[in-house]
Design a protein around this ligand. Structure first.
Ligand code: IPM
Ligand code: MG
Length: 361
């Protein structure tokens, strides 16, 4: 019997509600597939600030390092928005990514036939969309030095961040992206701003050089402004996209929305070795927190991704993904993906319906 130690980071807002559903789902598939999970819960984000005064307590990072995988819900909320940067929930999340060396963020945006009408774009534009955004996660302008707000000689304040990438940082995310494309439709589009930024020129040069090692992958390049336009104009041209931290942050939200709801999309953050972090692409939605309205499916699908990538349990992952599709086929929807003729359910009810779908043949 396989034993897996999972650190749970429910975080803030709707986090605890959707995490509760994902844990129930994992326990249920555990019984079916003879997997034992040892769950340990830790604090991150605003919840950690309230309890300990810091957004990523050392104990949390230690627990994550000592586990097979980490399932994270969401962090942040109005309450902590005005704290100084080093005490913000987001700083905890960035610290977790850096502390675990999670340089590769995989964000799939796949449109489900059941949800086409929930997309804000026309059916013919989004039908069949299946994109994987590979975002660099521990470098670029999110981490570059110098950074800060400084005072100039004339007494003016000046805010500074630095977009920087080294050869090796570009190469390691580039390799993940080429390998990801090889397992998909073998098309990779690298996104940069090489017409303006030196850092992007280096990015483009390195990615181009790497292509020699992956002759089966068709590589193209787009400037980020054009990529944003193409994503909403004709998203089906994309298979795998690789880009830096900031561009990836922006483009992955746009790609997510093609699918109708950001509430459906999971993500995986992976390092060279050790535990990965699996989390929904959406945030903590403080406006609906505690109201049993949240869509737990991105959290559940993140747990499925965890089973597939970190725990090597593809059958259990498939089982969850199929159950999600069946529940959607049955017409059940949370408020974010509701359309005419569907049955509106809350977060907990969606979880219970899903458990039923998991246990009946
Ligand atoms: C994301 C989020 C984070 C990011 C925030 C919460 C720090 O937007 O995971 O995309 O910018 O990376
Ligand atoms: Mg984001």
């Amino acid at each position: 019997m396989a034993q897996h130690r999972i650190t749970l980071l429910p975080g803030d807002g709707i986090g605890p509600e959707i995490m509760a559903v994902a844990v129930k789902v994992l326990k249920t598939v555990g019984e079916t597939f003879d997997l034992t999970f040892e769950f340990q819960e830790a604090l991150i984000g605003g919840a950690a600030i309230d309890a300990t005064g810091e957004p990523l307590p050392a104990e949390t990072l230690e627990m994550c390092k000592n586990s097979d995988s980490v399932l994270l819900a969401a962090i942040g909320g109005y309450k902590w928005d005005t704290l100084p940067r080093h005490l913000r929930p987001e700083t905890g999340l960035l610290g977790l990514r850096a502390g675990l060396g999670l340089f590769a963020n995989l964000r799939p945006a796949t449109i489900l036939p059941q949800l086409i009408d929930a997309s804000s774009l026309k059916r013919e534009v989004v039908e069949g969309v299946d994109i994987m955004v590979v975002r660099e996660l521990t470098g670029g302008i999110y981490f570059g030095q110098p950074r800060g707000v400084f005072t100039t000689e004339t007494g003016e304040k000046r805010g500074v961040n630095t977009m920087a990438y080294t050869d090796s940082e570009i190469d390691r995310i580039g390799r993940v992206a080429f390998e990801t494309a090889q397992k998909r439709r073998k098309k990779l589009c690298s996104v940069d701003k090489a017409n303006v930024l030196e850092v992007s020129q280096l990015w483009r040069d390195r990615i181009t050089a790497l292509a020699a090692d992956y002759p089966d992958v068709e590589l193209s390049h787009l400037y980020v402004d054009n990529a944003a336009m193409q994503l909403v104009r004709s998203p089906k041209q994309f298979d795998t996209i690789v880009t830096g931290n900031l561009f990836g942050d922006i483009l992955s939200d746009a790609a997510a929305m093609l699918t109708g709801s950001i509430g459906m999309l999971p993500s995986a953050s992976l390092g060279a070795s050790g535990a990965g972090v699996y989390e929904p692409v959406h945030g903590s939605a403080p406006d609906i927190a505690g109201q049993d309205k949240a869509n737990p499916l991105a959290q559940v699908l993140s747990a499925a991704m965890m089973l597939r990538y970190d725990l090597n349990q593809p059958d259990a992952a498939n089982h969850i993904e199929q159950a999600v599709l069946r529940v959607l086929d049955q017409g059940y929807r949370t408020g974010d993906i509701i359309a005419e003729g569907n049955t509106l359910v809350g977060c907990e009810a969606m979880g219970n319906i899903l458990i039923k779908a998991l246990t009946e043949e």
